[in-house]
Design a protein. Structure first.
Length: 464
């Protein structure tokens, strides 16, 4: 049985958090609250006989961090991972997270959940092609979400920018989507077309995200507390207890980073070292500033590579949890001369944009068909491959027969020209050499030097 008309479920499976948004037939949009929050940690903890996900996994990680995978999305290219003494397929890790979303959907839908199967869309980076999308599609099937369609994350963000925030984006204009998530940084140029949105350029860094900002802040904290034995035990854990302290430290550092995006001071307690550190926003900006500057440089390079289209920018839209850091908006404004658009909950943008009616989507790739992989870009920008037969969409339908006939005539003329040049060359060669390459038709003169007995082949005078 197909999906119920008008019911849609959009799932943004992120590196750190997963967000799900439902749209009802009357057009209302509702973010699913899982364990009381719109953000479900994408983390997985492997018990001997089951997989815990979300906040249960985060809490269990303090018992045995070796069984914990905080970012399954980063392992999408792996077949399996070792968690403790258990080998778990990556598809199963992702399916466990998506199954928690499916469970919450069934709870919200109530007794009519079976009859109200939604039209499910999954979001993914614009550079993800068949193999990676195939992993997500297989995980969604295993999780009970059924067949899914895919929406590129920057396309969903552009739909949110226009249809939810109400910003104007005329046809032909371009929106720059700056998406700094937990694990990666992507920046895309999305053009408004007559039929929706199209990604025209994409760039990014696989080694730049919120986790890397946390690492920079941990390094700064280490300089504050000193390089004592307790700190070395936390940053380079050798025992289960040390790994617990390390996990607690990184959780507290991430919370302090988020707090410093709203306030000017934050405190971090390092129990293992018996130290309470006091951090300021200026220290945060000093620690993470170089990484943010790299993302801004990549963004400026992409905009410069747009050519004339950069004069038709509709805006710069910040997506991803790290976009809350005020310094990022400041650096982008200095580089581009345009104030970026930031919202209170940037983590919800992609999921909600994916359920906007009419947003361009693609079916899950067939597992048996080979699909080209578009690699992530380390720096600079690279246009995405053009859609096939784009030239056909640029010609009016009425001119297509005339264009086809013109092409046929040009090909025939070119063939005749090549044939004529070939025959002409044979005639000239026969006249000049007297070699008899052509039949003796009675009207071709002898070569002039034949009268004096010059043999071209021998290269000397022959007796007359």
């Amino acid at each position: 049985m197909g999906p119920a008309p008008g019911i849609a479920l959009g799932v943004d499976f992120g590196t750190s958090n997963t967000v799900a948004v439902a749209r009802t037939p009357d057009g209302r949009v509702r973010t699913l609250l899982i364990d009381g929050s719109p953000l479900l940690p994408s983390a997985v903890y492997a018990e001997p006989d089951t997989l815990r996900v979300g906040r249960d996994a985060v809490l269990s990680a303090r018992l045995d961090p070796a069984r914990f995978e905080p970012h399954p999305k980063r392992r999408v290219d792996d077949v399996s991972v070792l968690l403790g003494d258990r080998t778990v397929a990556v598809v199963d890790l992702i399916a466990a997270v998506l199954a928690r979303v499916a469970e919450e959907w069934r709870r919200v839908a109530g007794p009519d959940a079976a009859a109200a199967r939604p039209d499910v869309t999954l979001t993914c980076p614009a550079t993800w092609a068949g193999p990676r999308r195939g992993v997500l599609a297989e995980a969604a099937e295993a999780a009970g979400l059924g067949p899914v369609r895919f929406v590129a994350e920057p396309v969903a963000a552009a739909a949110y920018f226009v249809h939810v925030l109400g910003h104007t984006m005329p046809i032909g204009s371009v929106l720059v989507v700056h998406d700094m998530g937990a694990g990666t940084f992507d920046v895309s140029a999305v053009a408004r077309t007559a039929t929706g949105f199209e990604v025209v350029a994409v760039a990014g860094r696989d080694d730049l995200g919120g986790v890397d900002l946390d690492a920079a802040l941990v390094e700064h904290l280490g300089r504050i507390v000193g390089a004592g034995a307790a700190w070395h035990a936390i940053t380079g854990p050798a025992t289960v207890e040390d790994r617990r302290w390390r996990r607690l430290l990184w959780d507290d550092v991430r919370a302090a980073k988020e707090r410093l995006s709203r306030a000017v001071t934050a405190e971090i307690l390092v129990p293992a070292a018996g130290i309470e550190a006091h951090l300021t926003r200026a220290e945060l900006e000093s620690a993470v500033g170089p990484a943010l500057a790299e993302s801004v440089a990549v963004t400026a390079s992409l905009v410069a590579g747009l050519g004339p289209a950069r004069n038709r920018l509709a805006g710069v839209f910040l997506v991803g949890g790290s976009s809350r850091i005020p310094l990022l908006s400041t650096l982008l404004f200095r580089a581009l001369g345009r104030a970026p658009v930031a919202i209170e909950q940037p983590e919800l943008v992609v999921a909600e944009g994916s359920v906007v009616p009419g947003v361009p989507s693609e079916p899950a790739p067939a597992a048996s068909l080979p699909t080209e992989v578009i690699p992530a870009v380390a720096a600079g920008h690279v246009p995405l491959p053009s859609r096939p037969r784009r030239w056909a969409r640029l010609l009016p339908a009425a001119l297509m027969p005339l264009a086809a006939a013109s092409v046929t005539v040009l090909v025939a003329v070119a063939a005749l020209a090549v044939l004529g040049l070939g025959l002409g060359g044979l005639v000239v060669w026969s006249v000049l050499t007297g070699q008899g390459i052509l039949p003796d038709w009675g009207f071709l003169p002898d070569a002039p030097w034949a009268r004096i007995g010059v043999s071209l082949g021998a290269g000397r005078l022959a007796p007359s």
